[in-house]
Write a protein that binds this ligand. Structure first.
Ligand SMILES: CC(C)(COP(=O)(O)OP(=O)(O)OC[C@H]1O[C@@H](n2cnc3c(N)ncnc32)[C@H](O)[C@@H]1OP(=O)(O)O)[C@@H](O)C(=O)NCCC(=O)NCCS
Length: 219
């Protein structure tokens, strides 16, 4: 699988980024890993419990949902530029894909701002992985990509997501309704607040080609 990953990374440098911490690995997903993740998406309540469907706006829970997920994930495979880049990373433990996180800088974001989003298989939630994954992402964003602010959004009753953000040093910035009517909380964290909660021994590799693509001087 790493040969495929290397071939993809030669064309799309975001696929070559790897972040590791104590047995947990975040890595640019191959199609094999995306298919593993699609199986979780297709499982009834594979990610969200009954009544929590508004936490994610994508369709979840059947074969159509797997297709919607795959097509969404494939659309993220575009060459990154300074103005817009998307860095999806599969969450792997023991070689098994458990979830997906995305670091993204969109055209409307101020320079230096990155948005994070994440989900884990429901069976893996509630054992501290969400917090570790977020701190690993912030290590990548602040220490290796030179970002100065990370933002995220959660439905106002998504207590696990809000708690993870709070424990990583985020503060609420504002509230807004999503297009589907869900009340959302927007939060942000700076490198200073994150550093007080930083994990020891996070290993980040393969960043240079990606950084070269998104750096203003290179385009
Ligand atoms: C949000 C998510 C990534 C967090 O990952 P996780 O592994 O479950 O989170 P952790 O175990 O690291 O921490 C969860 C925290 O929330 C708390 N929590 C969880 N459910 C809670 C609830 N119903 N009420 C209060 N606190 C709750 C836990 O006690 C824990 O807090 P602690 O660290 O103080 O003990 C994961 O739950 C998930 O994938 N949810 C579904 C998808 C989603 O909502 N994604 C975010 C929106 S895009």
């Amino acid at each position: 699988m790493d040969l495929v990953r290397d071939d993809l990374a030669a064309l799309y440098p975001q696929v070559g980024v790897r972040v590791a911490h104590a047995g947990l690995v975040l890595v640019g997903p191959t199609d094999d890993e995306l298919l593993e993740l699609a199986a979780i998406v297709a499982e009834p309540h594979g990610i969200l419990g009954p009544g929590q469907e508004h936490f994610l706006t994508r369709a979840l829970g059947d074969d159509d949902a797997a297709r919607v997920f795959l097509e969404w994930a494939w659309r993220l495979r575009e060459f990154p530029t300074t103005g817009r880049w998307r860095l999806p990373l599969a969450v792997l433990e023991g070689g098994r894909a458990l979830g997906l996180v995305v670091l993204a800088h969109e055209v409307e974001h101020p320079a230096g701002t990155v948005h994070t989003s994440s989900w884990l298989a429901r069976a893996e939630q509630g054992r501290g992985l969400g917090r570790r994954v977020r701190l690993m992402l912030l290590e990548l964003a602040f220490e290796h990509l030179g970002m100065t602010r990370a933002v995220t959004t959660a439905a106002d009753d998504n207590r696990a997501s809000l708690r993870v953000s709070q424990r990583c040093g985020y503060r609420e910035t504002h509230r807004r309704r999503h297009a589907d009517g869900t009340p959302e909380v927007h939060l942000a964290v700076t490198p200073g607040a994150w550093r007080r909660r930083r994990l020891d021994d996070v290993v980040v590799e393969g960043v240079e080609p990606f950084l070269a693509a998104i750096s203003p001087a290179s385009r």
